[in-house]
Design a binder for this molecule. Structure first.
Ligand code: PEP
Length: 252
């Protein structure tokens, strides 16, 4: 049984007071949601304030990015150990905005993943095709290339604690959502790639999340797909009611 996971990626939004309010509101209602893992991903500068706001609750938190070096002269970067020190449980790697706005490559994602797996952090590795790639029938090839590149030298034991997020770029922040069958198809493809790289048992154990304009109104159908193990939520995670509405859509 794969335990559902619903992370809320706040991206570069909210000031400190708003971040604390939102985290506290979600945390106060997370206690009754025992059958799902919930996490929020504030900007780095608000992580410590969120840590205090959710202390003692079931709401976990993580970071939106990490650097692969352990320490040193890397101005502006944050290491995995620093995130652990702040109590983070998760880190998002290779989000489409990092890949397509900030130029991150599969090789960068791989280095960050290996650094993350050297700690207790749970990595969430994002993959997904552009609209032109989908229209050219290249979705399977693109997600295979991204997954293979991102998972280089990741062992069978390490894949067991890695989360994958399928996030078609055309659906992120656009209001266009993949149909449940498009999502399910891509997730089945990802599980097949994992089975090819590792084995069927390992592939079956990995949680694969869907991301791309998930909201309370469309979550239930997406989350009901057999290979969809949760949702990586962007915009809709900035409002507690909307985010918790998505969680309410989980099959139970
Ligand atoms: C995301 O940030 O990963 C995301 C899927 O954003 P949105 O839900 O806003 O499309």
């Amino acid at each position: 049984m794969r335990r559902p996971l619903i992370p809320g990626n706040w991206k570069m939004n909210l000031d400190r007071a708003a971040a604390v309010r939102l985290a506290a509101r979600i945390a106060s209602r997370a206690g009754s949601l025992e059958d799902v893992d919930l996490a929020v991903f504030p900007p780095f500068v608000h992580i410590d304030a969120v840590r205090q706001a959710v202390a003692g609750s079931r709401l976990a938190y993580g970071a939106q990015n990490v650097y692969f070096e352990p320490d040193g002269a890397f101005t502006g970067e944050i290491s995995a150990a620093m995130l652990v020190d702040l109590g983070c449980r998760y880190v998002i790697l290779g989000h489409s905005e990092r890949r397509h706005v900030l130029g991150e490559t599969d090789e960068d994602v791989n280095k960050k993943l290996l650094a993350t797996l050297g700690t207790d952090l749970v990595p969430i590795v994002c993959v997904g095709e552009l609209l032109a790639e989908r229209e050219a029938g290249q979705t399977a090839a693109v997600i295979r290339r991204q997954l293979d590149g991102s998972l280089a030298n990741v062992s069978q034991q390490q894949i067991g604690r890695t989360v994958i997020a399928y996030e078609p770029v055309w659906a992120i922040g656009t209001g266009k959502v993949a149909t449940p069958s498009q999502a399910e198809q891509a997730h089945m493809e990802l599980r097949k790639i994992l089975a090819d790289r590792y084995n069927t048992e390992s592939a079956q154990a990995v949680r694969i999340l869907y991301g791309g304009s998930v909201k309370a109104a469309n979550a239930a159908e997406l989350l009901a797909q057999p290979n969809v193990d949760g949702g990586l939520v962007g915009g809709a995670s900035l409002q507690a009611d909307e985010f918790l509405g998505i969680v309410a859509g989980l099959k139970r």
